[in-house]
Design a protein around this ligand. Structure first.
Ligand code: SF4
Length: 470
């Protein structure tokens, strides 16, 4: 149960089937992406160039009530977005899709990722008297597109012009009056894929969406690719900047659902492999192995298969914690207490191996050890299905500062003592290439190694960009 915040989830659909209810399909798709963000959700529908939308705080049922869905009507193209979860307040203006009016009518946009040159771009736009409603990257991209559109003849050219100015990690979907467009950053840091539901095309963050909608996966959007869908079908454009690729390996470790396949690798398989490798790297005399829900479970199963130690459920996660609880101040301790419970029946008197996806601050691991010991575990051995997380990530929506990352300050022994475990072990850094060995692009592992795939020296977002609009 990573302490890293989730990513955002994006979805776009271009309807070619008369009987498809585009709002309903988008709503269902967002349910499949809920794990990527629980702070807010939104849907925008494009009916002959007129865009109607609704977005709000909360998980899907709270953010998108039936009455609002009915108001959205029907249309040809739609976008959907789920916003990442964070302990911080989120400006209302940062909820997505962002819908704007500009020289060519209306445009809607949503994204997953983070721009590394956001401060520079924002300052530049500020100098040009731009007026912002949010402190988010999406609005900066929207401005760049709007500005480019005054000098270009097509929306495709305007988007290409805008993305040539941005640096960082992004997977974005947008809709103009007649087109659905998906863009993935040149390094492919954030995932994006293309699929079909009946005759209608979909661009979204994860392939699990197609399965739950009864659709089919076509392919991943390539790093640096812009896909445009219109009445004439699918068109593809590749960014000149494509070179080294660096998919975020945390998509396999934590962000994505186990039933997704990203750039040729099954998330489930990657997690099980991490568990098998942990078993080879850390032999422990124990009675049972269990996983921390959700992401540690598949690795625990992998560990069990490799070691022969019995797999058992040791922790139960409460999946029904909504925004009201997430918004409580100083709620970390409450949240941990209400989120996880130990299964005494399986744990009591046992020597337990517990597998989790990662350790950031160490508080969750400490809580888990305490829970299991209280439930009567004789020994608690913590294994982590990734290497020590030592460096902040500047390439997603959340960047925990280095000083808060326990592995950047303490040795494995010191962390073990802090969390109160009988032993602690991590997956070796070399194992990362093994767990994603079929991946058809390169990967980023900077949070473990410090080798960032691009310049992250000026990514600070000063408070001057923030405004709280509740
Ligand atoms: S630094 Fe870590 S979390 Fe960030 S993109 Fe790279 S692998 Fe993913």
């Amino acid at each position: 149960m990573s302490e890293l915040h989730d990513e955002c989830g994006v979805f776009g659909i271009f309807k070619n089937d008369d009987d498809l209810n585009i709002v309903e399909e988008t709503y269902l798709a967002l349910y499949s992406l809920q794990h990527r963000g629980q702070v807010g959700a939104g849907i925008a529908v494009n009916n002959k160039g007129k865009i109607v939308y609704h977005k709000d705080y909360g998980m899907i049922p709270e953010a998108l009530p039936e009455s609002e869905l009915a108001r959205l009507g029907n249309g040809r193209i739609a976008l959907g977005h789920v916003k990442y979860s964070s302990g911080e307040d989120v400006d209302r203006g940062n909820l997505a899709p962002l819908v704007m009016r500009y020289i060519k009518g209306q445009l809607a946009l949503c994204m997953n990722g983070a721009l590394t040159n956001y401060p520079e771009l924002r300052d530049d736009l500020n100098q040009g008297a731009a007026i912002f409603q949010s402190n988010g990257d999406t609005e900066v991209i929207a401005y760049l597109i709007a500005r480019a559109r005054t000098e270009t003849t097509t929306i495709e050219e305007a988007v290409q012009n805008a993305v040539s100015k941005i640096k960082g990690a992004y997977a974005a979907v947008l809709m103009s009056p007649g087109k659905l467009i998906g863009v993935r950053d040149p390094m492919g840091i954030r995932p994006l894929c293309l699929g079909k539901i009946g005759g209608s095309y979909v661009i979204t963050s994860e392939s699990c969406v197609f399965d739950s909608m009864g659709g089919e996966f076509i392919r991943d959007v390539k790093p640096g690719e812009m896909i445009v869908i219109d009445d004439d079908g699918i068109h593809s454009y590749i960014d000149d900047r494509v070179g080294k690729t660096a998919l975020c390996i945390f998509e396999y470790i934590y962000f994505s659902r186990p039933d997704s396949v990203i750039d040729g690798v099954s998330v489930l398989k990657a997690r099980q492999r991490a568990g098998r490798l942990l078993a080879r790297q850390h032999h422990i005399d124990a009675d049972i192995v269990c996983g921390v829900p959700d992401c540690g479970i598949e690795s625990a199963i992998g560990y069990s298969m490799e070691s022969g130690i019995r797999y058992a459920t040791g922790l139960i996660k409460n999946k029904y914690i909504g925004r009201a609880f997430n918004n409580r101040k100083n709620n970390d301790e409450y949240l941990m207490r209400i989120k996880l419970n130990a299964l005494k029946y399986n744990i009591e008197g046992q020597r337990v191996i517990v597998i989790d996806d990662s350790i950031l601050k160490g508080n969750t691991s400490r809580h888990i050890v305490e829970l299991l010991k209280k439930a009567g575990a004789k020994e608690v051995h913590i294994l982590i299905a990734s290497p020590p997380f030592k460096n902040p990530c500047y390439l997603n929506s959340d960047s925990t500062p280095k000083k808060n990352l326990i592995a950047s300050e303490k040795s494995t022994e010191e962390i073990c003592k802090y969390i109160g475990a009988d032993s602690l072990g991590f997956l070796s850094a070399d194992s990362l290439k093994e767990i994603v060995k079929e991946c058809n692009i390169g990967f980023c592992d900077a949070c473990f190694t410090g080798n960032y795939p691009l310049d992250v020296s000026d990514t600070s977002r000063e408070d001057k960009y923030s405004q709280k609009i509740k």
